[in-house]
Design a protein around this ligand. Structure first.
Ligand SMILES: C[S@@+](CC[C@H](N)C(=O)[O-])C[C@H]1O[C@@H](n2cnc3c(N)ncnc32)[C@H](O)[C@@H]1O
Length: 236
């Protein structure tokens, strides 16, 4: 395409896209992140009425899980679905703090690691050699396989019995977007979403942003680490 051509009325017109591409040929993650950073903070500000903040240290995740179970769920029964289980630290913690006998905990993972690279982590990072974790709690079950393969089969039979809590710890844009869009019909107002890597502007955040725009979902942040990396929100 030439840089300049004529429109339907014969007037000269600059092909802005062609000119821009001639000047700037390489995709810039930096520019992408800079723009998404604005979206991220605007979005957080618009959806944060009453947020409990937690320190940034690693173990804050367990404090956040405890806070949600004690204050929001109040130890009532839940249907907890975790996408990205690895060695099951989080899902086991959830099963230990939510003692309601009607709660159910579903852990989804290939147990063979990430299906694609994530930043400087190559495909296969978090490989548990295909072994499902051992667990001594019959409320916990594993759905082994690629989400894209096992979730449609799971959802064909699944009827939520309690408040749905989704924990997204997939790290990846593709996996996050797939899970959120697939789960959308199950996500009634009051459902809780937890993200482990929300601060990654090109991955979990970007997928959540695209999901909420595409499905017109509204939400409120309920608690978060100060750095907004691990966050929990309630859907409306
Ligand atoms: C960061 S780890 C999960 C850590 C875990 N939640 C914990 O508390 O320790 C990410 C996991 O997501 C899984 N994963 C990512 N995308 C997936 C997909 N599309 N299908 C199945 N598993 C996936 C990987 O196998 C990996 O075990």
């Amino acid at each position: 395409m030439p840089f300049i051509d004529r429109d339907q009325r014969g007037r000269l017109r600059i092909n802005k896209k062609e000119v821009a591409y001639a000047i700037f040929k390489n995709y810039s993650h930096f520019l992408d992140r800079l723009n998404k950073n604005v979206l991220f903070h605007d979005m957080i500000n618009r959806h944060s009425k009453n947020v409990t903040r937690f320190p940034n240290q690693y173990n804050a995740r367990y404090e956040i899980y405890n806070y949600i179970n004690d204050n929001i769920i109040q130890n009532r029964s839940i249907d907890y679905l975790e996408f990205g289980v690895f060695k099951s630290d989080s899902i086991k913690h959830w099963a230990s703090i939510n003692s309601h006998r009607e709660s159910r905990f579903f852990g989804f993972d290939t147990f063979e690691g990430l299906p694609e690279g994530y930043g400087n982590r190559p495909k296969g990072t978090f490989d548990a050699h295909g072994d499902v974790p051992e667990v001594d709690d019959e409320r916990v079950t594993w759905e082994k396989g690629l989400f894209q393969d096992v979730l449609p089969i799971f959802l064909a039979d699944f009827q939520p019995k309690s408040r749905v809590v989704i924990h997204i710890d997939t790290d990846l844009y593709s996996s996050t977007l797939y899970c959120l869009t697939s789960m959308n019909n199950m996500l009634k107002p009051g459902s809780i979403l937890i993200f482990d890597e929300f601060g990654d502007l090109e991955q979990e955040f970007a997928a959540f942003y695209d999901y909420t725009r595409s499905y017109y979902r509204n939400w409120e942040l309920i608690c978060a680490q100060h750095n907004l990396w691990l966050v929990a929100m309630q859907l409306q």
